[in-house]
Ligand binder design. Structure first.
Ligand code: PEP
Ligand code: MG
Length: 890
């Protein structure tokens, strides 16, 4: 039976035993067992070979922090009791000098956080138990190797001693012995190494290494809980919106060894290709290696399946390979999703160490979703609900132009797709610094580690010379949707000299390279990129989304190019055409400025006359591209000074071009200065004070509409008035608009339908929506301004402190990105409800940035909006998110 979360939280049980046939937990208990613990328990129930162990619940992590960073006393006896059950299962004893049980101690949060938290292997070894391990295995070299690895890991994770100290000692030992590989060191060498490591520990901490296995155990459990709050874990949590309260579980599990010889191995696998989604097992393994070696990318692993020219597991260990593929099928069938699996082979015997739903690229997610639906494993509804709308962004990234002439610099592994170019940096600090200067950078590393996370976020792309497709760099980059080429062994990096060498080229910091994350190629210099093309599965999934979603999706677009992109991505019309963006064209900005600088209405009308034909063409193009779909045109909104030059040089040039005296021009510009322009002379206030501006815009769009209507084209113009605070404003401007349209229709003798509506972007508009609706045929929530005005938070100035607000949890998310449901959301709900009190069928949408944010989209759906409008590139995201809303997500 799957225990429910509520039942669990009342339950005081916080240590859970697992072993084949006798586990306390199951896959439904992720919240308290963490993903790893829950799935280990589930695998035992499936009859899979899992080394026995115990899971200390995530609730203990919370209690640990509440208890001032101490493991609560009540927990320890429970751990010891479960540990004795583990001892019984494996017939070994923890701390026993003859027959020692060794354990791994690993973190495991609810959401997987690859490589972000700490792991310790071989715990329980000391100068006595190592002798027991030698006696048990008859393999002294293996035993001493395990011991020295344990000392290093423990020192790093628990004692905070820099791991590189131990690396240097290891390298010194190898050079003394004249050998190149760790595997060339003898048992005696490794024994000496352990003594040197211990001296180092004494030197660094002033204390002896804890020989008592129980001290080691509590030290490790403490360290795993502490690792929940390291800087890198916090950064990762912030990026993936994982709440700090979730905490991590700790898994203590009997060790199995993949490093006892060449009948042993360790590996990582996916049941389908995580980059492309192809239905083929996909994985890597290392012979004679220990758990973390594959993940850490220290040695370059070999493929599981037969590939020409490589030593595959299929050939080297055919029986285990067969068993493993059976396990893959069983796990995928059970979880009904692609699995990411870790395993170890000990003396020819397979052990499963982890399974979880595998992280995948957006392209792979779509393909897997389509395949699972056609394999009848999941329904379309389930497929839609599983996809992460925001991840579709990855598909919208450019790829390299295949026709471009390129100079291949090196070939690595295609770890995460996309084509990017940028300047080389060799460390994460430089990546952050150069990014802040506005540069595109490629982070080039021998390998990445969790400490590099800030640099990886800052970089456009990541290149590593070591590590496979499941290395830290590959897994993290894929999760971020960031282009990554990993394991590019032919590139040599010298951090000291600050160069990377490949095929005779020496490249330094600042030199430009291009990565192709889909092929693993690296090119010299900048290679042009091109727009992405969508494959069949994208279209299929979008088709399913369109079949179910209730809300329409439109785009915010002004230019023909934007409008075409919007159509290509499936937009059902334009929800916001910001006409001011049309005023900045080189062919018209001076006419706009003349209009603004005019002293009299007559002068203003003369300037507007110049703008009219240009605006008419603009609208004509948009109507044509969007034929059959509504096009919402918003009349001029921003404060006029935004169109005027600022610098002395630009002012002088403008004065010359329009034949004005420079001093007079400066004075005029100064007179238009506003202290708080966002609350100043803008929006409908321009239309009220300078009606000729709005009249010109309405005329231009009416003439364009008439021209197309006369040709039998289906056009659906919606004229939108911005920044309305009172119904009177709207009533005046509605009248003006109707008269102008009527005059065009009369003159051109063409009739066409159109709507007049308003933006709801001021709190007063939301509050008085019932009255405003009398004059409005539609509403569109301008949630950018509504957020700005409801929170009294400047759109332009708040970025300086918003990050701190989010970090301190004052805002869960930036309110300009994801709608503040409690506050601004109430205004939206009120606006909808009050507007429809007046007109039950009032068409209502949203055109602020929130229209492309999945969480906000779920909210807008629940508030009863008819459509969302977002930037063209976010249209697919909005289509999927809207479908999920209809299906009950959010
Ligand atoms: C808004 O305020 O949400 C809006 C869409 O208008 P703008 O961003 O142009 O102010
Ligand atoms: Mg606005």
């Amino acid at each position: 039976m799957i225990e429910t979360e509520t039942a669990k939280s009342k339950n005081s049980k916080n240590v859970f035993f697992f072993a084949p046939g006798e586990s306390d937990g199951n896959a439904g208990m992720k919240n308290i067992l963490g993903g790893k613990g829950a799935n280990l328990a589930e695998m035992t129930a499936l009859g899979l070979p899992v080394p026995p162990g115990l899971t200390i619940s995530t609730e203990v992590c919370t209690a640990y922090y509440e208890n001032g960073g101490k493991i609560p006393d009540t927990v320890k006896p429970k751990v010891l009791e479960a540990l004795s059950r583990v001892e019984k299962c494996v017939g070994k004893k923890f701390g026993d000098v003859k027959n020692p049980l060794l354990v791994s101690v690993r973190s495991g949060a609810r959401a997987s956080m690859p490589g972000m938290m700490d792991t310790i292997l071989n715990l329980g070894l000391n100068d006595q138990t190592v002798a027991g391990l030698i006696a048990m295995t008859g393999n002294a070299r293996f035993a001493w190797d395990s011991y020295r690895r344990f000392l290093q890991m423990y020192s790093d994770v628990v004692l905070n001693i820099n791991s590189s100290l131990f690396d240097v000692t290891l390298e010194d030992m190898k050079s003394d012995k004249g050998v190149h590989l760790d595997t060339d060191l003898t048992a005696e060498d490794l024994q000496k190494l352990t003594q040197k490591y211990k001296e180092q520990i004494r030197f660094s901490t002033g204390r002896n290494f804890p020989e008592d296995p129980f001290d080691q155990l509590w030290g490790a459990v403490n360290a795993v809980f502490r690792s929940w709050n390291t800087a890198r874990a916090i950064t990762y949590r912030e990026m993936h919106s994982i709440p700090a309260e979730w905490g991590t579980a700790v898994n203590v599990q009997a060790m199995v060894f993949g490093n006892q010889g060449f009948d042993c191995a360790t590996g990582v696998a996916f049941t389908r290709n995580p980059s492309t989604g192809e239905k083929k097992f996909y994985g890597e393994f290392l012979l004679n290696a220990q758990g973390e070696d594959v993940v850490a990318g220290i040695r370059t692993p070999q493929p599981l399946m037969k590939i020409d020219g490589k030593d595959s597991m299929e050939e080297k260990m055919p029986e285990v390979y067969q068993q493993l593929t059976d396990v893959f099928k069983k796990l995928e069938g059970h979880y009904r999703d692609m699995q990411d699996i870790e395993f170890t082979v000990e003396k020819g015997r397979l052990w499963m160490l982890q399974t979880r739903n595998g992280k995948r690229t957006a392209a792979a997610a779509l393909r897997i979703a389509c395949d699972l639906v056609s394999e009848k494993v999941i329904s379309k509804k389930e497929a839609l609900l599983r996809l992460d709308p925001a991840s579709l962004d990855q598909l919208l990234h450019p790829t390299l132009d295949p026709k471009a002439v390129k100079t291949l610099l090196a070939q690595g592994l295609p770890a995460s797709p996309g084509g990017v170019c940028g300047e080389i940096v060799f460390n994460p600090e430089d990546a952050v610094e150069e990014k802040e200067k506005g540069k595109n950078v490629i982070l080039v590393r021998i390998e990445t580690s969790p400490e590099d996370i800030a640099g990886m976020i800052a970089a456009k792309g990541i290149l590593t010379t070591r590590g496979g497709m499941t290395s830290h760099a590959a897994v993290v980059a894929r999760g971020m949707g960031k282009c990554c080429v990993a394991g590019c062994g032919e590139v040599e990096i010298d951090y000291n000299e600050g160069v990377m060498r490949a095929r005779g080229y020496n490249l330094k910091k600042g030199d430009i390279i291009t990565l192709d994350g889909s092929t693993g190629e690296i090119f010299l210099g900048k290679v042009p990129t091109q727009e992405p093309k969508f494959d069949e599965s994208f279209e299929t999934v979008m088709g399913w989304a369109d079949e179910v979603r209730r809300m329409k999706v439109r785009a915010n677009a002004e230019t023909p190019m934007d409008a075409q992109t919007a159509r290509k991505y499936g937009a059902e019309g334009i929800g916001l055409c910001r006409t001011e963006h049309m005023f900045f064209g080189a062919d018209r900005i001076d006419a706009v400025r003349e209009m603004i600088l005019s002293d009299t209405q007559k002068e203003r009308e003369a300037a507007l006359e110049k703008l009219l034909p240009m605006q008419r063409t603009d609208f004509l193009q948009l109507f044509q591209i969007m034929e059959g779909f509504p096009v919402t045109i918003r009349l001029l909104d921003p404060p006029l000074h935004e169109f005027l030059p600022q610098t002395d040089k630009d002012i002088a040039e403008l004065a010359k071009r329009i034949g004005w005296n420079e001093g007079k021009l400066k004075q005029k510009i100064a007179s238009l200065h506003e202290f708080n322009p966002m609350l100043g002379h803008r929006g409908c206030r321009l239309g009220i004070t300078y009606p000729e501006i709005y009249r010109m815009q309405v005329r231009a769009l009416a003439e364009a509409a008439a021209e197309l209507a006369a040709k039998g084209k289906k056009i659906l113009p919606e004229i939108m008035i911005p920044l309305i605070a009172s119904e009177k404003e709207l009533a005046i401007l509605k009248k003006l608009t109707e008269l102008e349209v009527l005059s065009v229709q009369k003159t051109l003798k063409v009739k066409f339908d159109y709507l007049i509506g308003t933006m709801i972007e001021l709190p007063r508009a939301a509050l008085t929506a019932e009255e405003i609706a009398r004059s409005a045929e539609f509403f569109s929530f301008g949630t950018n301004d509504l957020t700005q005005t409801a929170l009294g938070l400047s759109r332009d100035d708040s970025s300086r402190f918003l990050a701190t607000y989010v970090q301190q949890g004052i805002f869960a998310k930036d309110p300009f990105v994801s709608i503040d449901q409690q506050g601004v959301g109430q205004l939206v709900k009120m606006g909808v409800e009050r507007g429809r009190r007046c007109k039950p069928d009032l068409k209502i949408g949203v055109c602020g940035e929130h229209g492309g944010d999945p969480a906000s989209i779920h909210f807008f759906d629940s508030a009863g909006l008819d459509y969302v409008s977002c930037s063209p590139y976010r249209v697919p995201i909005a289509r999927l998110a809207a479908a999920q809303s209809t299906l009950g997500a959010g």
